[in-house]
Design a protein around this ligand. Sequence first.
Ligand code: DGT
Ligand code: CA
Ligand code: CA
Length: 585
Amino acid sequence: MPMPITNADLAAAFEQVADLLELQEANPFRVRAYRNAARVVGALRLDLAAHLGQGKALPKLPGIGTDLAGKIRELATTGHLALLDRLRKQIPAGVTELLALPGLGPKRVRMLYEELQVHDPAQLLRAARDGRVRNLHGFGPRTEENIAQAIERHLAAHRRFKLAVAAQYAAPLLAHLRKAPGVDTVAAAGSLRRCRDTVGDVDLLATLRDGASGDAVCRHFVDYPDVAQVLQQGGTRASVVLKSGLQADLRVVPQASFGAALLYFTGAKAHNIRLRALALERRLRLNEYGLFDTTRDGERAIAGATEASVYEALGLSFIPPELREDRGEIEVARSGCLPRLIEREDLRGDLHAHTRWSDGSASLEEMAQAAQASGLQYLAISEHSRRMTMAHGLDPARLAQQCAQIERINAREQGAQLLTGIEVDILGDGTLDLPDAALAPLDVVIAAVHSNFDISRARQTARILAALDNPHVRLLAHPLGRLIDRREPYDVDMLAVVRKCKARGIALELNAHPERLDLTDLHCRMAKDEGVPVAINADAHAPHDFDNLVYGIGQARRGWLEKADVLNTRPLAQLRRWLARKEDA
Ligand code: DGT
Ligand code: CA
Ligand code: CA
């Protein structure tokens, strides 16, 4: 059986093309086009290979022209990309890993492999320790030392996967496992189930039907075609590494232990430790097999078939997986006052979206239709502002034109109701990229940082606070500016930002793009504690991007948010009152 190609595989291939082209000093625009394609495809929840396999057309995707669309089709349907095969023949495998090291760009990496025949980080570390790197043109002893240190850190770091990427690899693996002989229930546990923003490895659980064998299930598991390496295989457990480098652990447990095992392997570890201590206080013993009464001769299981049975026997209400981090959930569960966490169905609209007017790939009408198809009643259009020239940001004249067109589209009452808006850039000095006169007529003004990431905490905070003093701003987009794996959050005093939002009646965005998930879970909770509403937005650039709202919901739940804490759960009329400052959130 050939392995189905996931979107994460497509993204990895395009990322590699970009790396290899960069090493060949190809046209930077071409390199950027492949990186963009990797990002866009990697964040898509629609399974492209399956979609194309059904003979359907490629959906509209931002920045993907006919050439790249052809490459997607080639890779998704054949599993190969001729361009990538060609590039791999020209550049030794492993060399691209060197590009990930800080301070090493394509020029230097090229010199390293051409002059020192260094093909991977381990070889480079040896060359640096032998003092061979310092003699290369443009290097020197200091650079050599920095390189050695960077590699040591790189080799020690355990790679984590974005939640959306791990979820993409886990779904077909779970489907495979369900087909194992004798298997009854199959479930994902670990950080994946808790919706952590990144996942170290995937933990899976299976139970057997009566008389079935664990050996057969483990054998079926390691026979999964995407397995690159089997680390461990037995009758109750197996561990594999997939071709992507993602590790997956399987445990096979008796049905009577399923709840206790699911609880144990969902974690987090700190949560488990607290539960075990609670059990001990009651002279009970909790492990992955069940909750046992140890006071009599021999042990008697008093709970374990379901998670709820274990929580109940410990005097706790059921704690949703997203809360299980030992961040106070156990105390609150004891009093029976856990929050009723937000669900995807609670969202009535989305307040941040792009179209072809700036860097999106679809028309206003198409985005309105897509939002409606995703169950949303309203959608705010918020293009980039003029400073973002690469993204075709809007100036006041184009913005006014767009508002007029939105009015015409809304009159037809097809698709979600559109709100007018803008994602206006916060300039270096904290002023906004558009004049107040352009912002005043809009339904929603979103302020966003897209530049000057590296200034000091004091200056960054002052700059953002200044922007929030603008009377038209109602929402702060992706407040930390992080890109998971690619860019650290900028240094800013979030508590000061949250309190400023409270004072100014501004909401904070939880950007649901799988690469951002910004606000983080902890900052969601900070917003809630300070009484600042959060808007969960897809930041859609294409019709399918509304699918990503589920990842925002996962983070919001980890941040203890309830329906009432989230601005875009309001029906449109109520939202309009909030926007008009006629009602508190
Ligand atoms: P990850 O994989 O780094 O994203 O995070 P997790 O939470 O999935 O952690 P992982 O895969 O090491 O272990 C899965 C679960 O198994 C973890 O959440 C709790 C449980 N677990 C693992 N090791 C221990 C342990 O030493 N003690 C206890 N009580 N539980 C553990
Ligand atoms: Ca894990
Ligand atoms: Ca694990």
